[in-house]
Design a protein around this ligand. Sequence first.
Ligand code: NI
Length: 142
Amino acid sequence: MSQGTVTRRYRFCAAHRLHSDRLTQEENQAAFGKCNNLNGHGHNYVVLVTVKSSGIEEAQDLERLDRTVNETVVRRFDHQDLNCDPEFAERTTTGENLVKLIWDLLESKLMAGRLEKVGVIETRDNYFEYAGSSQARGGARG
Ligand code: NI
């Protein structure tokens, strides 16, 4: 029996600056271009959270999911500077790192195996996606 998925959309606005303390000023500029500018810049992030649908009590289930995502992700990042988040103390605030962090934050809050995929739309042309590491997903998918 195949199980469907459901995707919910969330939003937050946040500032960031692409910068790595491990790189020199020149290397940062070369790697990140204007995204390395000192004063940072903002994005209207869209977060797409895909979970396996429960099939039963779907509405209640999605309400619970909304609450979890809002408390865990939206409230944490909305109108914040991502570079100030402790999780980004050692990591650059790229979309790749952000989508992984959101995955980790949600995975620890949701029922095991429920989370299917997280997507982050950063700009009109940039979309990042993460579906967990292959080890963490076990052998179930073959
Ligand atoms: Ni940016």
